[in-house]
Design a protein around this ligand. Sequence first.
Ligand code: THG
Length: 381
Amino acid sequence: MTLPLITFSRRLRETPFTDRILVGGAQSFTVYNHTLLPSWFRSLEADYWHLVENVQVWDVSCERQVQLKGPDAEKLVQLMTPRDLSKAQADQCFYVPLCDEDGHILNDPIAIRVSDDTWWLSLADSDIYLWARGLANGMRLDVEISRPDVWPIAVQGPKAETLMARVFGEEVRSTRFFRYKRLPYHSHEFIVARSGWSGQGGFEIYIDDVELGQAVWDEFFVVGADLNVGHGCPNNIERMETGLLSFGSDMDYRHTPLQCGLDRYCQLDADLPSMSMDALRAQREQGVPSRLVGVVAPGVPVASRHSQLLVDGEPVGDITSQTLSARYDAWICFAYMESELIAALQESKGVLTLLCNNLEYDAVFSELPFKLDQMGLKTRT
Ligand code: THG
């Protein structure tokens, strides 16, 4: 087995599952929250087809938890996000943009209330531990902030529910989308949520007992053989086709949730003590200068990192993520475009082209998420 060219130290965390995914054929890693995250196993395309037809087990331990515990825990979460958490049900998972006082996004975790006075933020790739501690100290909040050893794994794909039921029992089937249950496994109860970073359906298990977590992992591969269970990881093609955003790539400290289509997670008319409220309301009032949209270009054979969008021959837009679709014969991207330009394209003023490997292709503007199946695209053969 050839090890990836990456130097390990205490600054770069392996996970309880790293050895297993190396044996399982992980070909490439990225680093996320100072932790290893595999990026493909077979090839991006083969991983995609395996995921959309079967079930995969993902090591997403890099989605590290920051725990807020104490009388002011909820106050601190609500300070950090413009999403209204006041009606949070005990078993609910919340996708929450965390925003600073200018409304800029610092992270977009999934938040869950694990007990009356305890919240977990399941982080994207930025150091919210420090931000939360800074706020709590500065505001003298009565809350303890820590990084518990919790290692999420995901089970994703159309056969995920069948596989999960074999390991966690039939009870798992009645878990609703973005809700969680505590389900027994031997001597322990794990938090199991119906969530995950794909559009194929599935679950996430917050592993807080390493030995039992590894037993769960191994059991998936024993009892799921007939389901063609495989190793996998968040798949860039699938998540783009589905329209899931990646913090650090598709939005970062420069962007607000109103610019990247996360408006529905901001309750700007609610009376919330969130630090980003005023800035976001002001931006809603003034309108956003630019926002994230999609572009689709049929018939592109090979993608290029140096792709450029043009309108009437002039460079436009700022591409954040791009890939060839696996299902359709098309190149797709997310890009920031100025609001005026978007308005012009919506009125079919200006010709949008993609410059890729020195060739020009006709391109089509799209709101996100894409509706690729309604665009009359050819499927790949
Ligand atoms: N699972 C867990 N933690 C995470 C992620 C995850 N932390 C990092 C990263 N992913 C956070 N980002 C996202 C982005 C989108 C979604 C989840 C996490 C997502 N969105 C759904 C959608 O857009 O359709 C639904 C959101 C909702 O309705 O609330 O699933 O994947 N544990």
